[in-house]
Ligand binder design. Structure first.
Ligand SMILES: [Zn+2]
Length: 486
């Protein structure tokens, strides 16, 4: 995600080289078959999902756990922090949403299930243990009620956003990892899986989604679209009755830009194409056929999903809008392909994504943002944050590697994770020199594409590529020991 801090806006007023992306269905990946209908009159989505879980671990597993993000819009939950309230709720009134689990079945047998107090985790007990290398298929029926909110999940004036809308398997690491909701950052963590999706909705809507459309039909005013998305970390979509679409291509990749109320669409499509080409050259090939960039009703700057990014229609400044497009597209490499626990280690994808964005504008100076200005701007922002917060709070925590729940304010999160992240990677580049630094990025991407990386993994990967132990270097930044004062 890209949070546009006010200061920032002011400062800037394959590894799998499968040509044509012929991914074979890897039997070791989990798979989701989703069949969902959106009823625009009631703003509800009724869905069924069949999840095939593959036990790729060393021990038997007797239950499955799923993350239920739609319940973060329940009454009493903080869907957005106070500073985003007005941008989030189009009517100025709070609005609520949720997910109801209708049933859970396995082999025709109803399974017992429970949901924790927070509403974030669905647990289903399995009839028998699943041993290593075995699979189990679970069918879940659910209903999602959308809030009237400009958010990842919700309906606004122009778009209906479906980010993180279905029960998604928690990642297993000696037990399922259970993240909490958080109004800051992206509290998500998932593994790459194969998706077979059928969506139906009023035929007045245009769809932008993860994956590739396989077929489309219209019957009695209802459009049904079948989508295949292989080896992706998540599945999301957005609908609009106002979308117009322009397309171009970069090599084998089709780049689509979905927009409304806009004159700059050609320029925004161009910057998306340039970003896809630049990052593919710099980090490693984008291995999918399609990337969809969609303008949406969204209270933050933008949001990333595999093959799909949301760009907020509230970003008024043309250059900042391009900045957000580039940032969200860089996430295709950092978050989507190279995965991480975005709740416990948000810096891992956000710092690298924000720095990758600076690299793009270094290459494309025609957009009027100089690399040195971005770095200087980041330093000024960070110093201002430190001096302001120190004068109010005394000592402040400057560490970057905290979980989302441990950042006390939005500016603290943005400055420690995004702004300082840019400065950290600039400093690593300065230390290593361009050749070594860019080799580190390429090797890191190659080693972790489709996998999950951690703080330790990136440190080890960079150290190996640089032939230099960078542990203390990284830790000094991450633990907040590097002083960036005036
Ligand atoms: Zn981001």
């Amino acid at each position: 995600m890209k949070k546009i801090s006010l200061l920032f806006v002011l400062i800037f007023a394959l590894l799998f080289f499968l040509v044509g992306c012929n991914f074979s269905s890897d039997g070791k990946l989990n798979s989701y078959t989703l069949d969902c209908h959106y009823d625009s009159a009631s703003h509800t989505l009724s869905g069924k999902e069949e999840v095939v879980f593959y036990n790729d671990y060393d021990n038997a597993i007797d239950e499955l756990k799923f993350f239920l993000y739609p319940n973060s819009f329940n009454e009493g939950k903080e869907a957005v922090s106070d500073s985003y309230f007005n941008r989030a709720y189009p009517t100025g009134e709070e609005s609520f949403g949720d997910i109801t689990i209708e049933s859970v079945f396995c082999n025709g047998e109803s399974l017992p299930y429970s949901i924790n107090d927070e509403g974030s985790i669905l647990t289903t007990s399995l009839v028998s243990e699943i041993y290593p290398d075995e699979t189990v298929t679970v069918e879940i029926a659910f209903t999602v009620n959308l809030a009237n909110i400009n958010h990842r999940l919700g309906y606004g004036e122009n778009t209906v956003n479906f980010g993180n809308f279905y029960p998604i398997l928690c990642v297993y690491e000696n037990g399922f990892v259970l993240n909490s909701f958080a109004s800051n950052g992206d509290p998500f963590y998932s593994e790459v899986a194969n998706y077979d999706v059928t969506l139906s909705f009023d035929d007045s809507f245009t769809l932008a989604s993860t994956g590739d459309v396989v077929s489309e039909s219209i019957d009695n005013g209802v459009k049904t679209v079948k989508i295949s998305a292989l080896k992706v970390r998540d599945f999301a979509f957005t609908l609009s009755e106002n979308f117009e679409v322009v397309s171009s291509s970069v090599g084998d990749i089709t780049v689509n830009y979905f927009y409304y109320d806009e004159e700059n669409f050609e320029e925004n499509l161009l910057v998306a194409c340039e970003a896809m080409e630049y990052f593919s050259d710099l980090f490693g090939e984008y291995p999918y056929k399609t990337i969809n960039v969609a303008k949406t009703n969204f209270c933050f700057g933008g949001m990333e999903y595999p093959n799909l990014v949301f760009i907020s229609d509230e970003v008024a400044d043309a250059v900042t809008y391009k900045y957000v497009i580039v940032h969200e597209l860089a996430h295709q490499w950092w978050y989507s392909l190279v995965g991480n626990n975005e709740y416990t280690e948000a810096w891992l994808d956000e710092s690298l994504t924000e720095y990758s964005t600076a690299l793009f504008f270094e290459e494309y100076e025609k957009y009027g943002m100089k690399y040195t200005d971005i770095i200087d701007g980041a330093l000024n922002s960070y110093q201002l944050f430190v001096s302001t917060y120190e004068s109010i709070l005394g000592d402040i925590d400057e560490s970057m590697n905290r979980n989302l729940g441990e950042f006390s304010t939005e500016p603290e999160y943005v400055n420690c994770v995004y702004t300082k992240g840019v400065l950290m990677f600039d400093s690593i580049r300065d230390t290593l020199g361009d050749n070594k630094f860019f080799k580190c990025l390429k090797n890191y991407f190659e080693d972790y594409a489709y996998k999950i990386s951690t703080q330790n993994d990136i440190i080890q990967s960079f150290s190996k590529s640089a032939h230099m132990d960078l542990t203390n270097f990284f830790l000094a930044w991450l633990n907040g020991e590097v002083v960036l004062g005036n």
